[in-house]
Design a protein around this ligand. Structure first.
Ligand SMILES: [Fe+2]
Length: 126
């Protein structure tokens, strides 16, 4: 995959950035609150009662992704991203919405979801 997703987060304030091209220098990196932002490594194995991994179905030339997670004010899925060759497509959610998103399907790729309490999750698409 030419264009996988790298998300960085500030350990102090929680700011997040989607990284298009990271610095290759060992001396610096993207900084926030005067500290280097850390790469968020996605979880790929569901370890708790709650659902965080996106499920999906392919319908024609579309892929419909869903995360069966609570969508409460304090705890919800903030976004789902579909990464496929040369593309990143993102859908944002608010509390009260359903975490369901439709994308143009390309064979393969990865679906990422982000829970505001439990972080980043990734599922490979066949
Ligand atoms: Fe969660």
């Amino acid at each position: 995959m030419k264009n996988d997703m790298i998300v960085k987060k500030c350990a102090k304030c929680g700011a997040m950035v989607l990284t298009f091209k990271d610095c290759s220098c060992k001396e610096c990196g993207i900084k926030c609150c005067f500290e280097e932002m850390k790469i968020l490594e996605p979880n790929s194995v569901e370890a708790s009662f709650e659902k965080h991994l996106p499920s999906y179905k392919v319908v024609g030339d579309k892929i419909i992704a869903e995360v069966g997670h609570v969508m409460e004010e304090e705890h919800y899925i903030e976004w789902i991203v579909y990464v496929s060759d040369n593309k990143q497509d993102i859908r944002y959610f608010d509390a009260g919405m359903n975490a369901v998103a439709e994308f143009d399907y390309e064979k393969g790729g990865k679906l990422y979801s982000y829970c505001n309490k439990h972080g980043l999750w990734m599922k490979e698409v066949e």
